[in-house]
Design a binder for this molecule. Structure first.
Ligand SMILES: [Zn+2]
Length: 299
C-alpha cells in the first residue's frame, strides 16, 4: 500500500466532476470533503482514538459476543449522541486490511434497484478465480434475484451488507452528493438491520461487514454499526468513481493496488468501464504475485 494520503490526493483530482454524476449510479464518488456536521467528537466510547487507515485490527466479528442490542436499546443508548465527524474515513471505519497482510481485497458494490448487473465483471473474476467481496443493497438484491442466487452460491464471492435504502449513515441527517442520510439512531438501525435481516432470511447470509450508501457515515453511526456486530468498511483505492470511469482510467486505478489495499468498484453498472479496466490491468498484478482475499479471509 502506497499510503492513504497519496490516494486522497489523487482522488481529489476527480472531485469537481463528481457532483454531476450522482443520478447515474451508486454515488460512491471521490469527493473528500465531508459536509454537514462539524466535528464535535464521537458520542460513545471507543470511537475516537484509532488511526483511520487501520482503526480496527482483526478480520471481522469484533463486536461483543452474544445477541446484538435491540432497536430500543440503540435508540436509548444514543438518544443524546453527537454525530462526530462525517465522511469517508472517519474513526471506527476500516479502510485497509490488517497490518502485515500481504494480500489485497477487491470489493464491488451493487446499489439501487434501477441499476443492472455487470455480468462480464463477475464472470471475469470467476474465470480468473479471484475472490471478491460483494456489497449488495437490499433494493438491488430484490430486483436481481437470479444474480443473488449465483453470487451467494459462488465460493469465490462473499456477500455483504450495503444498506437497506442506500442512504449515507448519519444520526443527524447529513447528506452526501445530495443523497439524504439517515436522521436518527433509529434510522441508522433500520438502514443496517433491514438489509441484514433480509439477506439472512432470504439467502441464509450472515453479513460481517457493512458499507453505507455513498460510503459516507459519521463516527456515532460507525459505532452503532459495530454495536450491531458489523464492521463498517470503506476503501483505500477507488476504482471507478461510482461506475462512471472509462476503461483506461479504471485500469490505471487497478494498477495502484498493492498489499493491504481495499479497492472499491461497482458491479451494477454494466455500461461502465469497470470490467474492461479490470480485465486490462489485473493480469499484471497477478503476474507480480499479488494475492486477493475476501474481507473475511485471513491474510
Ligand atoms: Zn452504493
Amino acid at each position: 500500500m502506497s499510503g492513504p494520503l497519496g490516494r486522497r490526493g489523487l482522488l481529489g483530482l476527480f472531485a469537481a466532476g463528481a457532483v454531476t454524476a450522482v443520478a447515474s449510479g451508486c454515488s460512491e464518488r471521490t469527493v473528500d470533503g465531508p459536509e454537514g456536521n462539524p466535528s464535535t467528537g464521537p458520542a460513545s466510547p471507543g470511537a475516537g482514538t484509532s488511526s483511520p487507515s487501520d482503526s480496527t485490527g482483526g478480520t471481522g466479528g469484533e463486536s461483543d459476543a452474544g445477541s446484538p442490542p435491540s432497536k430500543d436499546e440503540i435508540v436509548s443508548q444514543y438518544a443524546d449522541a453527537h454525530p462526530g465527524e462525517f465522511g469517508l474515513e472517519v474513526s471506527g471505519v476500516r479502510l485497509a486490511l490488517p497490518e502485515g497482510c500481504s494480500a489485497a481485497a477487491l470489493t464491488f458494490d451493487a446499489c439501487d434497484d434501477e441499476s443492472g448487473v455487470d455480468e462480464q465483471l463477475l464472470q471475469g473474476l470467476i474465470r480468473r478465480e479471484i475472490p471478491a467481496t460483494l456489497f449488495v443493497n437490499r433494493r438491488w438484491a430484490q430486483a436481481h434475484p437470479d444474480t443473488m442466487e449465483m453470487i451467494v452460491d459462488e465460493e469465490l464471492f462473499a456477500v455483504q451488507n450495503h444498506g437497506d435504502e442506500h442512504r449515507p449513515l448519519s444520526v443527524s441527517g447529513a447528506a452526501a452528493y445530495g443523497v439524504a442520510g439517515t436522521a436518527s439512531p433509529a434510522e441508522v438501525f433500520d438502514e443496517i438491520m433491514g438489509n441484514q435481516n433480509f439477506l439472512r432470511e432470504e439467502y441464509g447470509v450472515e453479513c460481517d461487514f457493512f458499507r453505507s450508501g455513498t460510503a459516507h457515515l459519521d463516527e456515532t453511526s460507525a459505532q452503532i454499526c459495530r454495536d450491531l456486530g458489523l464492521t463498517p468498511v470503506n476503501f483505500t483505492v477507488n476504482l471507478d468513481d461510482g461506475g462512471t470511469l472509462p476503461p483506461e482510467a479504471v485500469a490505471a486505478r487497478v494498477g495502484e493496488i498493492s498489499s493491504r489495499d481495499i479497492a472499491l468498484g461497482h458491479f451494477n453498472q454494466p455500461g461502465s468501464g469497470t470490467h474492461a479496466g479490470l480485465q486490462e490491468a489485473l493480469p499484471q498484478l497477478l503476474e507480480q504475485g499479488l494475492r486477493f482475499v475476501t474481507l473475511q479471509q485471513a491474510c
